[in-house]
Structure formats: structure tokens, C-alpha cells
Design a protein around this ligand. Structure first.
Ligand code: SF4
Length: 220
């Protein structure tokens, strides 16, 4: 699915949810904050949390909408919930989540301070397999709506699968890293998934370089 097809899919889903009150916020790609982001996200959660648009709706334990500061300038996006996330309904928990918290602390941020975290898919694929294209097609419009509500300054895709899924490319992580991409008008950076750092600490220096760059973008 290319970006224009994704946009059509998003508009269709928005039409289903909001009927003829279909619109794209004029400020969706601006950094002007939405002062109602918290309540808008809460309403949106209630609208989609029973979703059964793809087969993962039947196998999930918990729908994982995302969490953090609704006014955040930094939006972190993973590929899909894992086993712990599925159990608790929260994104990035467990050992990888704890490491992510440490990384965020090092750039003077936290889940409650200028960071929001979510996934492309809101439900866990069985056995942590990669998301299927058909699942992404159904679920990615939800992420687009979250972005429209939050208007982050920067999106960071965590890991190769999140990066390639959002950018619609088949590339290794090293080719996606170190570049400022565009995701429907919002700058996007791809870096390592914290779980990859747990498996291989050699990735830590590069990740730290990425997060210093992320901080400099957010601070300017
Ligand atoms: S993965 Fe997304 S599209 Fe599929 S059931 Fe869950 S919320 Fe719906």
C-alpha cells in the first residue's frame, strides 16, 4: 500500500467513524499544539478500542492504544505490541521498556514529559511475528489520526520493522538511520529498537548518537 492508498484508507475509516463530518485538520501538519489533545485522544480510544477490523482483534488480550504526554513533541512508534504489552495494555513495558525509559531520561524526557509512545498495530501479532501488510493497511489510519490529534514535532520509528512499515520501503535499518524522513508532513527518524540493544550492546553508541540528534531537533 503506497502513501496515497493509505490516505484513502484513512479517509474512509474517518468517514466511517465521523460520518459526513469528514475533514483533515488544517493544523494537522503544523506544530501548533492541540490544547484538547488529551480529551481528543481519550475519545478516540473509546471509538476504536473494540476494533475487529483485522484478525488480530480476535486473538489480542488487550488493545494497546499508546500512552504518554498528549502534548508531546516527540512521538515514538514501534511495530506492534509484544506479549507483556498485550497482557497489560501498555506500550513498551518489560525490559525493553525500562531501557527506553533510561534513554529518554538521558535526553531529559519521560513518558509523562514530552513523549508519547504507541505502535503501528494496536494488537499483538501471534508469536511476535512481523505485521502483515493487510493488518498495517487496516490499522495505520489509527496512527495517522493519533498524529493528527497530537501534532508532534518529530516521530521516531523504533526498529527496522517500524521504520520500513511507516516509510513503505524494504531497507535494512542502517540505510534508514541517520536520515530525516517525512511521514505525511511530520519529520521521521529511524533508530534501533530497545530490544535490539538488549540483544546486542554494540548498537548502543549509534543509538545514543541518534537520540542526541533527536534532542537537538526537539530543542530547536
Ligand atoms: S490490529 Fe488494528 S486493525 Fe487489527 S483489530 Fe487491532 S486495532 Fe483493529
Amino acid at each position: 500500500m503506497d502513501k496515497s492508498e493509505l490516505l484513502v484508507s484513512y479517509l474512509k475509516q474517518t468517514e466511517e467513524l465521523f460520518g459526513n463530518e469528514l475533514y483533515i485538520s488544517k493544523a494537522s501538519n503544523s506544530h501548533e499544539k492541540n490544547i484538547n489533545a488529551k480529551s481528543d485522544l481519550e475519545k478516540y480510544f473509546l471509538e476504536i478500542s473494540e476494533c475487529q477490523k483485522c484478525a488480530l482483534g480476535a486473538t489480542r488480550n488487550k488493545f494497546v492504544f499508546g500512552g504518554g504526554d498528549p502534548q508531546a513533541n516527540l512521538l515514538l512508534v514501534g511495530e506492534a505490541p509484544g506479549a507483556e504489552e498485550d497482557r497489560l495494555g501498555e506500550p513498551f513495558v518489560g525490559r525493553a521498556g525500562k531501557l527506553l525509559d533510561k534513554i529518554l531520561k538521558a535526553i531529559d524526557r519521560s513518558r509523562t514529559k514530552d513523549v508519547y509512545i504507541c505502535n503501528v498495530l494496536k494488537c499483538r501479532p501471534p508469536n511476535n511475528r512481523d505485521p502483515l501488510a493487510s493488518e498495517v493497511e487496516q490499522c495505520e489510519p489509527y496512527l495517522l489520526k493519533q498524529i493528527e490529534i497530537m501534532r508532534p514535532k518529530l516521530i521516531v520509528a523504533l526498529g527496522r520493522v517500524a521504520g520500513k512499515t511507516l516509510l513503505k520501503v524494504e531497507q535494512p535499518l542502517k540505510e534508514m538511520r541517520g536520515k530525516l524522513h517525512d511521514y505525511f508532513g511530520t519529520p521521521l527518524i529511524v533508530t534501533y529498537h530497545p530490544a535490539a540493544l538488549l540483544r546486542n550492546s554494540n548498537f548502543k553508541p549509534a543509538t545514543w548518537e541518534d537520540f542526541k540528534w533527536i534532542k537537538s531537533i526537539l530543542d530547536n
